[in-house]
Design a protein around this ligand. Sequence first.
Ligand SMILES: [Zn+2]
Length: 393
Amino acid sequence: MADFPAHASPGLPPLASPGPNDHQHFRLHHDPARQDLHSQNGAAPPLVTPHITPPLTPNGEHVDIPAGAQASAKAAHDAATETSAPKLLETLPEVKCEVRARIPTTTGQEMFLHLYHNNVDNKEHLAIVFGPHIRSRSLDAPRPGETERDRMIRGAYTGTLFPGRTSSRRVQELRREAGVEPVADITSKHEGEEHEEEVKRKLGPALVRIHSECYTGETVWSARCDCGEQLDEAARLMSGLCTDPSAEEQPPHADHPSLAQPSLGGVIIYLRQEGRGIGLLSKLKAYNLQDLGADTMQANLLLRHPADARSYGLATAMLLDLGLGGDKGVRLLTNNPEKVRAVEGPGHEVSVVERVPMIPIAWRTGGKEGIKSKEVEMYISTKIEKFKHMFSE
Ligand SMILES: [Zn+2]
């Protein structure tokens, strides 16, 4: 029972109370330190610890906490400090794409799911890549001792996999099929790759979205926030991108004219951070607070889940690894202007050449489609009023 979460109040010593399933381990735990603390107070520890500091709003004003909200005040305070402009890291984290796999989707489009490891946390952050042109450098880099089969298993191949394929490079497969000896050195440039570089030069910037995991909004159909809709909408826009520079007809993108131009493709950086340090536990408590009448600003301090400075750094590092750090820049799909500067990185490693807004579907369709709930209306209007999100260009 000693492993309390970081947001647990330091004023409340851990109690040796059993969990619902660990009654067999339960024993009365005599802790002299705790006894001292109790005797100082002359009574049982107070339910609300004096160590809790009232939470701060982004501009430093104190917030009146509704009755019952105090237990979450520390977490709310931590969240409040992150609603100000994101602090930038001095150096980017190191990221490495461990594996990529082709995922056919329910809309008929394919995407490539890239799984990353990094040197700042133990989470498996993801890059969801649309189109054939965006590739991970750390994935494609040869690794000592690996075979062609190893490379294909971790997704470091070009073209498509098929039963019996023996080389990770499509060009080598074609040479083999034509009876020409494949090139032994898999790091050397091939004619096919030079052609690919030429194609990439003709294409416009990639469309990028930075998205933080939201279990409630994406998996259990919550209408308290618009995360699920935003993820779907980002995928829809990216699936519709034209990635062929010689295509005669461009896909219609009436809602986003700039997306009608041929593009390198799309990337959703999917950060595995449910409410960041706050986590699902506090998020669910905040939902109860809302239902108890807590101010939406207060509850949103717990509910908001934009990336913090560290994860912006992760997103920038992943974009660089995907070859999106060049002069071409990226188009960033976001309503949050603060994200633009943060995603660009401490040394302007990634250049955001355009911000493409995400209009809530319910607003765009006059309420005919999209999420309908009083909670999401409140959530979105709070985003606009309090957090300066912008739904127009
Ligand atoms: Zn959400």
